[in-house]
Design a protein. Structure first.
Lengths: 320, 293
């Protein structure tokens, strides 16, 4: 008897507290008004499109609008999975992402370790300045550059391969299914290796110099210092970055692929995002493209949140 | 110290670093020489290590083109208006959420952060912009990505580190929260504002996909899209509108390779110029971004 009364009053106070918490908006009216435009933006441009994903479960007709179109259950999803080009785009996404992880992930770490060995400060600064540059150019610009440099007819790269390395047949890097993925990986590394190394370099500079001094007094070589001091100090950063990278495995680089690919390399280069773009906005298959996009976004969401939780547990920090 | 002046290992490291930089520098250098070359040199191909028979014909043709100038105008419009408005409203939202006493602060923060991890996807976003009647307007280049949750969280973290006591004394003196934000918080936050502003500027300058899907009026094309039209879709008509009649004659004067290279340089010129000076701010920015939330 007493316990029910107690829990009742407790519940009542919880409800009262819930309502009284809204009084805070009136109390801090200026702040509430300042927050309003931001809130409106997120509702209109982020949450309204989220509710728009219902057309993935409808047979969307422009004339009938989002809410007037007929429901069709999971038809769009079954249709997508029955399409070989869609299944291919999922495979390509996973393959390209994994290759980028395998080769693109260690590259900035190696670069940071190499830069750490450079004792000549102006040289180090020059290397850093130059290697960060491609990060600031869009994939439109870089695609333009690579089209010219990698051209099979008169591109500079093929000319160098022929004249310096004696490669007889010129390689069609952007139009040959054997080379396209490799080209994606290489150009991605070329663009981002310098920029991504900043984080590792910063971690290296925060290592206590006394460790190196003690090691050199004990007769350690530079290589031993790197192997037993620098690399172990980097491990937590590396693990966190690796986990976060795994979380974004559904993103194989839309900007890059859309600007570099062409119909000759759809077989190895078409990823989920480019598939959605071509079928959704190109062929106006709104419902199908929304379904495919939703499929990708849900998996990506689970991966990102899951990997973030793991990264948090390991290092005590995530990206939010 | 036992720092040896020269070892084999160190030589290899220097060599590899030089090679990495060489691929970047030579790529740009080659492209610049290409843009200065007449067509018979450019079509012959190969690596151009110095300009042969240098000519400015390519640049004359690119600079004489109306779409390049329209592109510059439109890019400047979206960059200036977008950066200023976005910076202001992001800071305002971040300021509110930095106040621990703001009701349901954790909920609102999560409400915003959630949009970083989940979105409706391409088609619902496109339909929204279309239904709002924003197709073919400058608003479609600015509004859909108006406030970045990431920037907002970073700013919020910075504001939280500012002392609340001074604000309270301002409040006692009769200043409202909005005035405190304008006259006290913003001036104190110059470093973070500058960092985020730089991110926004580069983002707008390089942004192309929104224009590709939302804009079909070619007088509103930004530089990136003009460049994309010329280079990737390979459509030269955008450059040939004035010269359709004597296209053959033009072809003999300027090569399309050289022309494309010149376009690349004309569009990236401001970035290449500003880059050496602002680079260090970006490096500082990445460290701000990696601070704990």
């Amino acid at each position: 008897m007493t316990s029910t009364v107690l829990s009742h009053s407790r519940r009542k106070s919880a409800i009262a507290r819930f309502f009284s918490s809204f009084c805070g908006y009136k109390k801090h009216l200026a702040l509430t008004l300042m927050f309003l435009p931001v809130l409106v933006y997120f509702i209109v441009f982020k949450y309204v499109p989220m509710s728009g994903v219902i057309i993935a479960f409808k047979n969307y007709k422009i004339s009938r609008g989002i809410f007037g179109s007929a429901w069709c259950g999971l038809d769009n999803f079954t249709k997508a999975f029955a399409t070989p080009t869609f299944v291919r785009s999922v495979q390509n996404t996973l393959i390209i992402s994994s290759l980028k992880l395998l080769f693109g992930f260690p590259a900035p770490i190696i670069l940071a370790l190499m830069l750490n060995e450079v004792t000549h400060a102006p040289f180090k600064k020059t290397v850093q300045t130059i290697s960060y540059l491609p990060h600031f150019l869009s994939w439109v610009v870089l695609a333009g550059m690579f089209q010219q440099l990698l051209s099979p007819n008169n591109g500079a790269v093929n000319a160098v391969l022929r004249d310096v390395f004696g490669v007889k047949d010129s390689i069609y890097f952007l139009g040959d299914n054997h080379y396209f993925r490799g080209t994606l990986i290489m150009t991605d590394i070329w663009k981002n290796v310098g920029w991504s190394s900043i984080l590792y370099l910063a971690t290296i500079t925060s290592i206590d110099p006394a460790l190196y001094e003690a090691a050199t007094v004990d007769g350690a070589t530079r290589w031993q210092c790197t192997r037993y001091i620098t690399v172990p100090s980097l491990v937590s950063t590396i693990v966190v970055m690796l986990i976060l990278n795994v979380g974004s495995i559904m993103d194989a680089g839309f900007d890059q692929v859309l600007n570099l690919y062409n119909s000759a390399v759809y077989q190895t280069g078409d990823i989920i995002d480019t598939y959605v773009y071509r079928y959704g906005l190109g062929d106006m298959k709104y419902s199908l493209a929304t379904a495919v996009g939703l499929f990708k976004n849900v998996i990506a969401f689970v991966l990102v949140v899951g990997t973030n939780l793991i990264a948090r547990r390991i290092s005590g920090e995530g990206i939010w | 110290m036992t720092q040896k002046k020269f070892t084999f290992g160190r030589a290899v490291i220097y060599l590899l670093l030089v090679l990495l930089c060489a691929t970047i520098v030579i790529a740009f250098w080659h492209l610049m020489n290409l843009s200065l070359s007449p067509s018979h040199i450019a079509t012959r191909g190969g690596l151009l290590l110095y300009p042969r028979e240098a000519t400015l014909d390519n640049y004359a043709r690119v600079i004489g083109n109306r779409y390049i100038w329209l592109g510059y105008k439109n890019t400047l419009i979206r960059t200036c208006i977008g950066t200023v408005l976005q910076l202001f409203f992001t800071a305002m939202g971040a300021y509110v959420l930095s106040k621990r006493f703001f009701p349901h602060r954790t909920f609102w923060t999560l409400f915003i952060v959630f949009t970083m991890f989940f979105s409706g996807g391409l088609i619902p976003n496109y339909l929204l912009v279309k239904n709002l009647g924003l197709l073919d307007t400058y608003a479609s280049m600015i509004l859909p990505g108006f406030i970045s949750a990431y920037n907002l969280v970073i700013m919020r973290n910075f504001f939280q580190s500012l002392p609340e006591e001074i604000e309270e004394s301002c409040l006692i003196d009769g200043a409202g929260r909005f005035r405190i934000f304008l006259q006290f918080i913003l001036p104190l936050s110059k470093p973070i504002l500058a960092t985020v502003a730089l991110w926004l500027v580069v983002g707008h300058w390089n942004s192309w996909f929104d224009v590709l899907i939302y804009i079909s009026d070619d007088t509103k094309f930004t530089l990136q899209i003009v460049l994309r039209r010329i280079i990737i879709t390979g459509s030269k008509e955008i450059l040939d509108t004035s010269a359709a009649a004597n296209a053959a004659e033009m072809e003999s004067v300027v090569s399309s390779e050289g022309l494309k290279a010149a376009c690349i340089f004309v569009t990236t010129f401001p970035i290449l110029c500003a880059y050496p000076f602002v680079q260090k701010f970006f490096v500082k920015g990445i460290m701000i971004g990696s601070l704990k939330g």
